[in-house]
Write a protein that binds this ligand. Structure first.
Ligand SMILES: [Mg+2]
Length: 229
């Protein structure tokens, strides 16, 4: 392998993210239980998020606006201001949450830093991701941080061009096959999938990948034997 740059997804690859969103969503569904069953509120919220994705992009702020819109819709605009206030508070709590690194992350970055250029490639709110990185204590390992509005082929192509490397010198690691692996493989890069125990419905795909530039590992530390001969 002639890999020069290793790019890491951030949410649920470097640190915990999706479980916090799920906690907030559970609390939001509980708020509206007088109107609709829990799982129906969850489905309505997801529907709103998907409708708004192209407008708001990924991240907490879009999630907050989608909670408010869902509350208005499912209550036929009879929702109390207290519910709206709580939805905002749940979102703000997400934005203030301390960073919890996943096991093995720091050791892996330490082991790889002299051999490769390390990069973060994440989507989400710009300010929120910058805050998380700053508070993570691992920012200094990274040569470059790319906070992307999406992770499609064109977005990765831009990043690879910016890094001034060939696609086959680029390896992306992440918990989402759909966002972190498949677009990179399609460009001729390398992809390693590190599944996390929970995946946002939007990122979930049933897909068997069989590709010479692909592998799947159980934990981030399992990548080291392939990358440090
Ligand atoms: Mg992720």
């Amino acid at each position: 392998m002639a890999i020069q740059v290793i790019a890491f997804d951030a949410d649920d690859t470097l640190w915990v993210n999706e479980p916090y969103f799920q906690e907030a969503e559970t609390k939001f569904c509980q708020l509206l239980e007088d109107y609709l069953p829990h799982h129906t509120v969850g489905q309505e919220l997801f529907k709103t998020e998907m409708q708004n994705l192209a407008l708001y992009g990924y991240g907490v702020k879009g999630f907050m606006l989608s909670m408010i819109e869902t509350a208005l819709r499912v209550t036929d605009r009879t929702v109390s201001l207290e519910v709206i206030e709580k939805a905002l508070a749940y979102g703000k709590a997400l934005l203030a949450r301390p960073i919890e690194l996943l096991e093995g992350v720091e050791e892996v970055l330490q082991a790889l830093q002299d051999r490769y250029r390390l990069v973060v490639a994440t989507k989400g709110d710009l300010l929120d991701q910058e805050r998380k990185l700053k508070n993570s204590g691992i920012e200094h390992y990274f040569h470059h941080v790319e906070i992307m509005s999406d992770k499609k082929e064109a977005d990765f192509q831009k990043l690879i061009r910016h890094l001034d490397i060939r696609p086959d010198e680029f390896l992306m690691l992440g918990n989402s096959l759909k966002s972190d692996v498949l677009p990179v493989l399609a460009l001729g890069g390398h992809g390693i999938h590190i599944p996390y125990h929970t995946t946002w419905a939007h990122e979930h795909i049933e897909h068997h990948v069989d590709h010479p530039h692909f592998r799947q590992v159980d934990t981030i530390a399992d990548i080291l034997p392939f990358l440090l001969p």
